[in-house]
Ligand binder design. Structure first.
Ligand code: NAD
Ligand code: MG
Length: 426
Protein backbone atom coordinates (compact mmCIF):
# COMPACT_ATOMS: atom_id res chain seq x y z
CA UNK A 1 0.00 0.00 0.00
CA UNK A 2 1.37 3.39 -0.87
CA UNK A 3 1.18 5.26 2.40
CA UNK A 4 -0.81 8.46 2.47
CA UNK A 5 -2.69 7.39 -0.62
CA UNK A 6 -3.68 4.09 0.86
CA UNK A 7 -7.32 4.16 0.07
CA UNK A 8 -6.74 5.50 -3.39
CA UNK A 9 -4.18 2.81 -4.22
CA UNK A 10 -6.56 0.10 -3.01
CA UNK A 11 -9.33 1.63 -5.07
CA UNK A 12 -7.21 1.83 -8.19
CA UNK A 13 -6.85 -1.90 -8.45
CA UNK A 14 -4.03 -2.33 -5.95
CA UNK A 15 -1.46 -2.65 -8.69
CA UNK A 16 0.98 -1.02 -6.28
CA UNK A 17 1.18 -3.91 -3.85
CA UNK A 18 0.95 -6.57 -6.49
CA UNK A 19 3.77 -5.03 -8.45
CA UNK A 20 6.11 -4.84 -5.47
CA UNK A 21 6.57 -8.51 -4.81
CA UNK A 22 5.20 -11.76 -6.05
CA UNK A 23 3.11 -13.55 -3.44
CA UNK A 24 2.05 -16.63 -5.36
CA UNK A 25 3.71 -20.04 -5.10
CA UNK A 26 4.61 -19.92 -8.79
CA UNK A 27 6.95 -17.04 -8.07
CA UNK A 28 8.77 -18.93 -5.30
CA UNK A 29 8.92 -17.96 -1.67
CA UNK A 30 9.31 -14.30 -0.74
CA UNK A 31 11.96 -13.41 1.86
CA UNK A 32 10.59 -11.95 5.11
CA UNK A 33 12.45 -10.14 7.90
CA UNK A 34 10.65 -10.54 11.22
CA UNK A 35 11.52 -7.94 13.85
CA UNK A 36 10.41 -8.93 17.35
CA UNK A 37 10.22 -12.62 16.47
CA UNK A 38 10.03 -13.80 20.09
CA UNK A 39 6.97 -11.74 21.04
CA UNK A 40 3.27 -12.42 20.79
CA UNK A 41 2.94 -11.13 17.19
CA UNK A 42 6.38 -12.53 16.30
CA UNK A 43 5.50 -16.08 17.30
CA UNK A 44 2.08 -15.81 15.63
CA UNK A 45 3.85 -14.64 12.48
CA UNK A 46 6.17 -17.65 12.56
CA UNK A 47 3.14 -19.96 12.79
CA UNK A 48 1.72 -18.25 9.69
CA UNK A 49 5.06 -18.53 7.87
CA UNK A 50 5.26 -22.21 8.82
CA UNK A 51 1.90 -22.92 7.16
CA UNK A 52 2.84 -20.75 4.18
CA UNK A 53 6.35 -22.13 3.58
CA UNK A 54 5.76 -22.35 -0.17
CA UNK A 55 5.05 -18.61 -0.28
CA UNK A 56 7.29 -17.04 2.37
CA UNK A 57 10.58 -17.75 4.11
CA UNK A 58 12.08 -15.85 7.05
CA UNK A 59 15.55 -14.54 6.20
CA UNK A 60 16.07 -12.39 9.31
CA UNK A 61 14.85 -12.60 12.90
CA UNK A 62 15.42 -10.18 15.76
CA UNK A 63 14.66 -10.22 19.48
CA UNK A 64 15.34 -7.88 22.34
CA UNK A 65 17.15 -10.01 24.93
CA UNK A 66 15.78 -13.55 24.91
CA UNK A 67 18.79 -15.32 23.41
CA UNK A 68 17.45 -18.82 24.15
CA UNK A 69 14.17 -18.24 22.31
CA UNK A 70 15.91 -16.60 19.35
CA UNK A 71 18.51 -19.38 19.12
CA UNK A 72 15.72 -21.96 19.05
CA UNK A 73 14.03 -20.11 16.19
CA UNK A 74 17.31 -19.94 14.28
CA UNK A 75 17.85 -23.69 14.62
CA UNK A 76 14.31 -24.29 13.42
CA UNK A 77 14.38 -21.93 10.45
CA UNK A 78 17.98 -21.99 9.21
CA UNK A 79 17.45 -25.07 6.97
CA UNK A 80 14.48 -23.49 5.17
CA UNK A 81 16.47 -20.32 4.68
CA UNK A 82 19.49 -22.23 3.39
CA UNK A 83 17.43 -24.16 0.88
CA UNK A 84 16.12 -20.77 -0.26
CA UNK A 85 19.76 -19.88 -0.93
CA UNK A 86 20.44 -17.52 1.96
CA UNK A 87 21.87 -17.64 5.46
CA UNK A 88 19.43 -16.75 8.24
CA UNK A 89 20.37 -13.44 9.88
CA UNK A 90 19.63 -13.11 13.58
CA UNK A 91 19.91 -9.99 15.70
CA UNK A 92 19.79 -9.64 19.47
CA UNK A 93 19.29 -6.05 20.57
CA UNK A 94 20.44 -6.32 24.18
CA UNK A 95 22.60 -9.39 24.73
CA UNK A 96 23.89 -9.90 28.25
CA UNK A 97 27.64 -9.43 28.25
CA UNK A 98 28.24 -13.00 29.41
CA UNK A 99 26.13 -14.54 26.67
CA UNK A 100 27.57 -12.41 23.90
CA UNK A 101 30.43 -14.86 23.37
CA UNK A 102 27.85 -17.53 22.60
CA UNK A 103 26.68 -15.59 19.56
CA UNK A 104 28.08 -16.74 16.24
CA UNK A 105 30.02 -13.92 14.55
CA UNK A 106 27.39 -13.55 11.83
CA UNK A 107 24.81 -12.51 14.41
CA UNK A 108 24.07 -8.85 14.87
CA UNK A 109 23.85 -7.25 18.29
CA UNK A 110 22.76 -3.85 19.55
CA UNK A 111 19.98 -1.56 18.35
CA UNK A 112 21.48 -1.40 14.82
CA UNK A 113 20.55 -5.02 14.18
CA UNK A 114 16.93 -3.94 13.71
CA UNK A 115 17.88 -1.74 10.77
CA UNK A 116 20.24 -4.41 9.45
CA UNK A 117 17.40 -6.95 9.44
CA UNK A 118 14.93 -4.42 8.02
CA UNK A 119 17.21 -3.70 5.06
CA UNK A 120 18.31 -7.31 4.51
CA UNK A 121 18.80 -7.68 0.75
CA UNK A 122 16.86 -10.98 0.63
CA UNK A 123 13.82 -9.57 2.47
CA UNK A 124 11.06 -8.09 0.34
CA UNK A 125 8.70 -7.84 3.31
CA UNK A 126 9.51 -6.66 6.84
CA UNK A 127 7.12 -7.60 9.62
CA UNK A 128 7.71 -5.03 12.34
CA UNK A 129 6.47 -6.69 15.54
CA UNK A 130 8.72 -4.75 17.93
CA UNK A 131 6.93 -3.06 20.80
CA UNK A 132 7.34 0.69 21.28
CA UNK A 133 9.16 3.60 19.68
CA UNK A 134 12.31 1.47 19.33
CA UNK A 135 10.81 0.15 16.08
CA UNK A 136 10.83 3.52 14.29
CA UNK A 137 14.32 3.53 12.67
CA UNK A 138 13.70 0.06 11.22
CA UNK A 139 10.31 1.04 9.78
CA UNK A 140 11.85 4.11 8.14
CA UNK A 141 14.85 2.15 6.83
CA UNK A 142 12.67 -0.60 5.32
CA UNK A 143 10.40 1.92 3.60
CA UNK A 144 13.40 3.88 2.32
CA UNK A 145 14.70 0.60 0.86
CA UNK A 146 11.36 0.23 -0.98
CA UNK A 147 10.15 -2.78 0.98
CA UNK A 148 6.69 -3.69 2.18
CA UNK A 149 6.34 -3.12 5.92
CA UNK A 150 3.69 -5.29 7.55
CA UNK A 151 3.27 -3.04 10.55
CA UNK A 152 2.23 -4.28 13.98
CA UNK A 153 4.45 -1.71 15.69
CA UNK A 154 1.76 1.01 15.82
CA UNK A 155 3.94 3.26 18.01
CA UNK A 156 5.99 3.93 14.86
CA UNK A 157 3.04 5.66 13.17
CA UNK A 158 1.92 7.44 16.32
CA UNK A 159 5.33 8.90 16.91
CA UNK A 160 6.19 9.89 13.35
CA UNK A 161 3.17 9.28 11.09
CA UNK A 162 4.03 12.14 8.72
CA UNK A 163 7.65 11.09 8.27
CA UNK A 164 6.81 7.42 7.88
CA UNK A 165 4.11 7.95 5.25
CA UNK A 166 6.37 10.43 3.45
CA UNK A 167 9.25 7.90 3.45
CA UNK A 168 6.94 5.30 1.89
CA UNK A 169 5.70 7.75 -0.72
CA UNK A 170 9.12 8.98 -1.65
CA UNK A 171 10.88 5.62 -1.89
CA UNK A 172 8.14 3.34 -3.12
CA UNK A 173 7.79 1.38 0.12
CA UNK A 174 4.44 0.00 1.24
CA UNK A 175 2.79 0.20 4.63
CA UNK A 176 0.30 -2.56 5.27
CA UNK A 177 -1.32 -2.79 8.70
CA UNK A 178 -1.18 -5.87 10.90
CA UNK A 179 -3.33 -4.33 13.63
CA UNK A 180 -6.67 -6.15 13.38
CA UNK A 181 -8.80 -2.98 13.26
CA UNK A 182 -6.76 -1.47 10.44
CA UNK A 183 -6.62 -4.75 8.57
CA UNK A 184 -10.42 -4.84 8.87
CA UNK A 185 -10.69 -1.32 7.46
CA UNK A 186 -8.32 -2.18 4.62
CA UNK A 187 -10.45 -5.22 3.79
CA UNK A 188 -13.68 -3.17 3.87
CA UNK A 189 -12.15 -0.45 1.69
CA UNK A 190 -11.09 -2.72 -1.15
CA UNK A 191 -12.12 -1.04 -4.37
CA UNK A 192 -13.26 2.22 -2.74
CA UNK A 193 -11.71 5.64 -2.81
CA UNK A 194 -11.29 7.59 0.45
CA UNK A 195 -13.70 10.20 -0.95
CA UNK A 196 -16.43 7.55 -0.63
CA UNK A 197 -15.79 7.12 3.10
CA UNK A 198 -17.99 8.97 5.56
CA UNK A 199 -16.55 7.47 8.74
CA UNK A 200 -14.23 4.82 10.11
CA UNK A 201 -15.53 3.11 13.26
CA UNK A 202 -12.86 1.28 15.23
CA UNK A 203 -14.05 -1.38 17.63
CA UNK A 204 -12.53 -1.80 21.10
CA UNK A 205 -13.03 -4.80 23.36
CA UNK A 206 -13.26 -2.42 26.32
CA UNK A 207 -10.53 -4.37 28.12
CA UNK A 208 -10.79 -6.08 31.51
CA UNK A 209 -12.28 -3.01 33.27
CA UNK A 210 -15.15 -2.37 30.87
CA UNK A 211 -17.77 -3.03 33.53
CA UNK A 212 -15.75 -1.95 36.59
CA UNK A 213 -16.67 1.11 38.67
CA UNK A 214 -14.28 4.06 38.51
CA UNK A 215 -13.18 3.38 42.13
CA UNK A 216 -12.37 -0.25 41.31
CA UNK A 217 -10.46 0.77 38.15
CA UNK A 218 -8.32 3.22 40.15
CA UNK A 219 -7.21 0.35 42.42
CA UNK A 220 -6.63 -2.23 39.67
CA UNK A 221 -3.55 -4.40 40.08
CA UNK A 222 -1.08 -5.54 37.43
CA UNK A 223 -2.62 -9.01 37.28
CA UNK A 224 -6.10 -7.45 36.90
CA UNK A 225 -4.85 -5.36 33.98
CA UNK A 226 -3.12 -8.31 32.31
CA UNK A 227 -6.30 -10.41 32.28
CA UNK A 228 -7.56 -9.39 28.84
CA UNK A 229 -11.00 -10.83 28.07
CA UNK A 230 -10.54 -11.66 24.37
CA UNK A 231 -6.93 -11.24 23.17
CA UNK A 232 -3.66 -12.81 24.32
CA UNK A 233 -0.91 -10.22 23.72
CA UNK A 234 2.34 -8.78 25.07
CA UNK A 235 2.11 -7.03 28.44
CA UNK A 236 2.52 -3.43 27.20
CA UNK A 237 -0.35 -3.58 24.70
CA UNK A 238 -2.47 -5.50 27.22
CA UNK A 239 -2.14 -2.64 29.71
CA UNK A 240 -2.81 -0.18 26.86
CA UNK A 241 -6.03 -2.09 26.18
CA UNK A 242 -7.01 -1.78 29.84
CA UNK A 243 -6.49 2.02 29.84
CA UNK A 244 -7.85 2.36 26.26
CA UNK A 245 -4.57 4.08 25.31
CA UNK A 246 -4.32 1.33 22.70
CA UNK A 247 -7.43 2.67 21.00
CA UNK A 248 -6.01 6.21 20.99
CA UNK A 249 -2.84 4.88 19.35
CA UNK A 250 -5.06 3.09 16.82
CA UNK A 251 -7.09 6.21 15.99
CA UNK A 252 -3.83 8.04 15.23
CA UNK A 253 -2.62 5.02 13.26
CA UNK A 254 -5.84 4.98 11.20
CA UNK A 255 -5.55 8.70 10.51
CA UNK A 256 -2.08 8.27 9.04
CA UNK A 257 -2.71 4.99 7.21
CA UNK A 258 -5.95 5.92 5.51
CA UNK A 259 -5.71 9.73 5.37
CA UNK A 260 -9.09 10.16 7.11
CA UNK A 261 -9.46 13.25 9.36
CA UNK A 262 -9.85 12.72 13.11
CA UNK A 263 -13.44 14.00 13.20
CA UNK A 264 -14.40 11.10 10.90
CA UNK A 265 -12.88 8.36 13.05
CA UNK A 266 -15.03 7.00 15.88
CA UNK A 267 -14.57 4.29 18.50
CA UNK A 268 -17.22 1.89 19.77
CA UNK A 269 -16.88 -0.77 22.47
CA UNK A 270 -17.60 -4.30 21.23
CA UNK A 271 -16.85 -6.82 23.98
CA UNK A 272 -16.92 -9.96 21.80
CA UNK A 273 -14.05 -8.77 19.50
CA UNK A 274 -15.70 -10.39 16.48
CA UNK A 275 -16.29 -7.26 14.40
CA UNK A 276 -12.78 -5.91 13.91
CA UNK A 277 -13.95 -2.50 12.61
CA UNK A 278 -16.49 -0.80 10.33
CA UNK A 279 -16.35 1.53 7.38
CA UNK A 280 -19.38 3.75 6.80
CA UNK A 281 -19.61 5.00 3.22
CA UNK A 282 -21.10 8.26 1.97
CA UNK A 283 -24.34 6.57 0.92
CA UNK A 284 -24.91 5.30 4.48
CA UNK A 285 -23.89 1.72 3.74
CA UNK A 286 -21.70 0.15 6.43
CA UNK A 287 -19.22 -2.68 5.85
CA UNK A 288 -17.63 -4.64 8.67
CA UNK A 289 -14.94 -7.30 8.70
CA UNK A 290 -15.46 -10.15 11.15
CA UNK A 291 -13.69 -13.22 12.37
CA UNK A 292 -12.56 -15.02 15.46
CA UNK A 293 -10.04 -12.96 17.42
CA UNK A 294 -6.71 -14.25 16.05
CA UNK A 295 -3.83 -12.09 14.89
CA UNK A 296 -2.78 -14.79 12.43
CA UNK A 297 -5.42 -13.63 9.97
CA UNK A 298 -4.33 -9.96 9.76
CA UNK A 299 -0.67 -11.05 9.73
CA UNK A 300 -1.29 -13.28 6.70
CA UNK A 301 -3.36 -10.61 4.98
CA UNK A 302 -0.57 -8.05 5.44
CA UNK A 303 1.76 -10.48 3.65
CA UNK A 304 -0.54 -11.31 0.75
CA UNK A 305 -2.56 -8.07 0.33
CA UNK A 306 -4.34 -7.38 -1.95
CA UNK A 307 -4.67 -11.09 -2.62
CA UNK A 308 -5.83 -13.77 -0.22
CA UNK A 309 -4.05 -17.06 0.35
CA UNK A 310 -5.72 -20.29 1.42
CA UNK A 311 -4.97 -20.91 5.10
CA UNK A 312 -6.46 -23.14 7.75
CA UNK A 313 -4.81 -21.61 10.80
CA UNK A 314 -7.83 -19.66 11.95
CA UNK A 315 -10.81 -21.73 13.08
CA UNK A 316 -13.89 -21.50 10.89
CA UNK A 317 -16.36 -18.84 11.97
CA UNK A 318 -19.44 -20.15 13.78
CA UNK A 319 -22.06 -17.39 14.17
CA UNK A 320 -24.25 -19.54 16.38
CA UNK A 321 -21.42 -20.22 18.81
CA UNK A 322 -20.63 -16.50 18.92
CA UNK A 323 -24.18 -15.73 20.02
CA UNK A 324 -24.91 -12.00 20.32
CA UNK A 325 -22.79 -9.14 19.10
CA UNK A 326 -23.14 -6.05 21.28
CA UNK A 327 -21.91 -2.47 21.03
CA UNK A 328 -21.56 0.19 23.72
CA UNK A 329 -20.41 3.80 24.00
CA UNK A 330 -16.97 4.43 25.49
CA UNK A 331 -17.03 5.57 29.17
CA UNK A 332 -14.65 8.45 28.50
CA UNK A 333 -14.65 9.76 32.07
CA UNK A 334 -13.34 6.42 33.40
CA UNK A 335 -10.85 5.86 30.56
CA UNK A 336 -9.26 9.31 30.06
CA UNK A 337 -6.29 7.91 28.10
CA UNK A 338 -8.45 7.57 24.98
CA UNK A 339 -9.41 11.24 24.68
CA UNK A 340 -5.98 12.38 25.85
CA UNK A 341 -4.36 10.46 23.00
CA UNK A 342 -6.84 11.57 20.35
CA UNK A 343 -6.37 15.19 21.43
CA UNK A 344 -2.59 14.73 21.13
CA UNK A 345 -3.10 13.27 17.66
CA UNK A 346 -5.25 16.21 16.56
CA UNK A 347 -2.72 18.65 17.97
CA UNK A 348 0.04 17.12 15.85
CA UNK A 349 3.68 18.21 16.00
CA UNK A 350 5.45 16.27 18.72
CA UNK A 351 2.29 15.85 20.86
CA UNK A 352 1.52 12.25 19.74
CA UNK A 353 5.19 11.27 20.20
CA UNK A 354 5.16 12.82 23.68
CA UNK A 355 1.92 11.00 24.55
CA UNK A 356 3.35 7.72 23.28
CA UNK A 357 6.70 8.05 25.08
CA UNK A 358 5.09 9.10 28.38
CA UNK A 359 2.68 6.19 28.08
CA UNK A 360 5.50 3.69 27.47
CA UNK A 361 7.29 4.89 30.61
CA UNK A 362 4.14 5.06 32.75
CA UNK A 363 3.10 1.55 31.70
CA UNK A 364 6.59 0.23 32.53
CA UNK A 365 6.31 1.82 36.00
CA UNK A 366 2.86 0.27 36.44
CA UNK A 367 4.07 -3.18 35.34
CA UNK A 368 6.93 -2.90 37.87
CA UNK A 369 4.33 -2.01 40.52
CA UNK A 370 5.91 1.40 41.01
CA UNK A 371 2.82 3.32 39.84
CA UNK A 372 -0.87 2.67 40.52
CA UNK A 373 -3.19 2.14 37.56
CA UNK A 374 -4.77 5.61 37.95
CA UNK A 375 -1.27 7.09 37.88
CA UNK A 376 -0.79 6.14 34.20
CA UNK A 377 -3.25 8.75 32.92
CA UNK A 378 -2.18 11.32 35.53
CA UNK A 379 1.45 10.94 34.52
CA UNK A 380 0.82 11.02 30.75
CA UNK A 381 -1.50 14.01 31.09
CA UNK A 382 1.14 15.98 33.04
CA UNK A 383 3.83 15.22 30.47
CA UNK A 384 1.64 16.09 27.47
CA UNK A 385 0.66 19.37 29.18
CA UNK A 386 4.31 20.22 29.75
CA UNK A 387 5.86 19.08 26.47
CA UNK A 388 3.05 18.63 23.92
CA UNK A 389 3.94 21.86 22.12
CA UNK A 390 7.48 20.73 21.26
CA UNK A 391 8.26 20.79 17.54
CA UNK A 392 7.90 17.54 15.64
CA UNK A 393 8.62 18.32 12.03
CA UNK A 394 11.89 16.40 11.72
CA UNK A 395 13.12 13.05 12.96
CA UNK A 396 15.65 14.78 15.23
CA UNK A 397 12.92 16.96 16.72
CA UNK A 398 10.73 13.91 17.36
CA UNK A 399 13.58 11.96 18.94
CA UNK A 400 14.35 14.97 21.16
CA UNK A 401 10.70 15.20 22.21
CA UNK A 402 10.55 11.43 22.80
CA UNK A 403 13.62 11.57 25.07
CA UNK A 404 12.35 14.63 26.96
CA UNK A 405 8.95 12.98 27.46
CA UNK A 406 10.58 9.83 28.84
CA UNK A 407 12.60 11.85 31.38
CA UNK A 408 9.55 13.89 32.33
CA UNK A 409 7.41 10.75 32.67
CA UNK A 410 9.87 9.17 35.12
CA UNK A 411 9.65 12.37 37.21
CA UNK A 412 5.86 12.56 36.88
CA UNK A 413 5.49 8.93 38.00
CA UNK A 414 7.63 9.60 41.09
CA UNK A 415 5.70 12.84 41.80
CA UNK A 416 2.40 10.98 41.55
CA UNK A 417 3.50 8.31 44.00
CA UNK A 418 4.76 10.99 46.44
CA UNK A 419 1.48 12.86 46.09
CA UNK A 420 -0.56 9.72 46.82
CA UNK A 421 1.67 8.86 49.80
CA UNK A 422 1.27 12.43 51.09
CA UNK A 423 -2.53 12.20 50.88
CA UNK A 424 -2.56 8.86 52.67
CA UNK A 425 -0.22 10.20 55.38
CA UNK A 426 -2.13 13.45 55.96
P1 NAD B 1 5.63 -8.51 22.91
O1 NAD B 1 6.09 -7.79 24.12
O2 NAD B 1 4.99 -9.84 23.08
O3 NAD B 1 6.86 -8.71 21.90
C1 NAD B 1 7.70 -7.64 21.55
C2 NAD B 1 8.86 -8.13 20.70
O4 NAD B 1 9.72 -7.02 20.44
C3 NAD B 1 9.72 -9.20 21.36
O5 NAD B 1 10.26 -10.05 20.38
C4 NAD B 1 10.85 -8.39 22.01
O6 NAD B 1 12.04 -9.15 22.12
C5 NAD B 1 11.01 -7.25 21.01
N1 NAD B 1 11.41 -6.01 21.67
C6 NAD B 1 10.95 -5.47 22.81
N2 NAD B 1 11.55 -4.31 23.08
C7 NAD B 1 12.43 -4.09 22.08
C8 NAD B 1 13.38 -3.07 21.80
N3 NAD B 1 13.54 -2.03 22.62
N4 NAD B 1 14.11 -3.18 20.68
C9 NAD B 1 13.96 -4.23 19.87
N5 NAD B 1 13.10 -5.25 20.07
C10 NAD B 1 12.33 -5.17 21.17
O7 NAD B 1 4.68 -7.51 22.14
P2 NAD B 1 3.49 -7.87 21.11
O8 NAD B 1 2.22 -8.04 21.86
O9 NAD B 1 3.93 -8.91 20.17
O10 NAD B 1 3.34 -6.48 20.34
C11 NAD B 1 4.27 -6.06 19.37
C12 NAD B 1 3.71 -4.85 18.63
O11 NAD B 1 2.53 -5.26 17.93
C13 NAD B 1 3.29 -3.70 19.55
O12 NAD B 1 3.52 -2.49 18.90
C14 NAD B 1 1.79 -3.91 19.69
O13 NAD B 1 1.09 -2.71 19.96
C15 NAD B 1 1.43 -4.44 18.32
N6 NAD B 1 0.21 -5.27 18.28
C16 NAD B 1 0.16 -6.41 19.02
C17 NAD B 1 -0.98 -7.19 18.99
C18 NAD B 1 -1.05 -8.50 19.73
O14 NAD B 1 -2.04 -9.22 19.59
N7 NAD B 1 -0.07 -8.87 20.51
C19 NAD B 1 -2.08 -6.79 18.22
C20 NAD B 1 -1.99 -5.62 17.48
C21 NAD B 1 -0.83 -4.86 17.51
MG1 MG C 1 -5.69 -3.52 17.49
Amino acid sequence: MKAGATVRSVASGAATAASAQPVGPAAGPVGVALLGSTGSIGTSALRVLDRQRHRFVPVALTAHSNLAALAEQVVRWAPACESYGAGLYAGLVAPQVASQEALPPAWGTGADCLVEAATHPDAAIVINAVVGAAGLPATLAALEAGKRVALANKETLVMAGGLVTEAARRHGGELVPVDSEHSAILQCLAGHDVSEVRRLILTASGGPFRTWSSEAIAGATVSDALRHPTWSMGSKITVDSATLANKALEVIEAHHLFGVPYDRIDVVVHPQSIVHSFVEFVDGSVLAQMGVPSMELPILYALTWPERAPDTGVPSFDPVAVGGLTFEAVRHEDFPMLQLGITAGRRGGAAPAVYNAANEVAVAHFLDERLPFAGIAACVSAVVDALGAMPGDTLDALLTADAAARDAAHDAARDYVDYVKGRVGS
